[in-house]
Design a protein around this ligand. Structure first.
Ligand code: SF4
Ligand code: SF4
Length: 187
């Protein structure tokens, strides 16, 4: 997604309507001011920030967005949303795009991030809260790096900062209901 490939552009695409429907946001309202990208912590790390994502969507280039890194590097911090003068919830658009990438079977451009999201949401849906040690170990195994951050994990564990076993919130059933109601699991 380094540059816009206009050969596949289709401004009348039903794809734009699909993103609008999924996110509940009016993509066409974006007037490309760039305030979102100026505040985005991850814009420099990938292949373009939220402003470029919005532009690609306006051109109907959904494939370029779904196969790119930006949607996976998005940390869901919400800075873009609060900065947008058009009151577009850009973070919600990014979340919807991650969900759409999964639905279309698109291989994530950042598999380690997608794996973390899966594990995190699975953990929260089961226990109502994060179990850092479990998610860390599972993520290392899933991404084929079993000893990644092992030194740090060991130090944190012996200082009592990491629990060996997960603990549950009291109203875990309510959390499960919430996941069920919202379609549950990873975006
Ligand atoms: S929510 Fe995502 S796209 Fe928006 S500013 Fe944060 S990291 Fe960037
Ligand atoms: S801040 Fe809003 S209007 Fe400006 S480029 Fe980003 S999404 Fe578009």
């Amino acid at each position: 997604m380094e540059r816009i490939n206009l050969t596949q552009a289709n401004t009348n695409s039903a794809l734009l309507a699909k993103v609008t429907r999924e996110s509940g946001q009016d993509i066409s309202a974006c007037y490309q001011c760039g305030k979102c990208t100026a505040g985005c912590l991850m814009a420099g790390a990938g292949d373009g920030g939220p402003r470029l994502v919005m532009r690609l969507l306006q051109f109907g280039l959904l494939d370029q967005v779904l196969s790119g890194k930006a949607i996976w590097l998005c940390a869901a911090c919400g800075i873009c949303t609060v900065r947008c003068p058009r009151e577009i919830d850009v973070a919600k658009v990014m979340e919807s795009l991650r969900r759409m990438a999964r639905q279309t079977g698109q291989r994530p451009a950042e598999p380690a991030v997608a794996a973390f999201e899966d594990l995190f949401l699975t953990c929260v849906s089961r226990h109502g809260r994060m179990h850092e040690l479990g998610v860390m170990v599972a993520h290392n195994i899933k991404t084929g790096r079993p000893f990644k951050d092992a030194d740090l994990g060991q130090k944190l564990f012996f200082r009592g900062k990491l629990r060996l076993l997960p603990s549950r919130v009291r109203k875990v059933a309510a959390v499960k209901q919430l996941f069920a109601r919202t379609g549950g699991g990873a975006a």
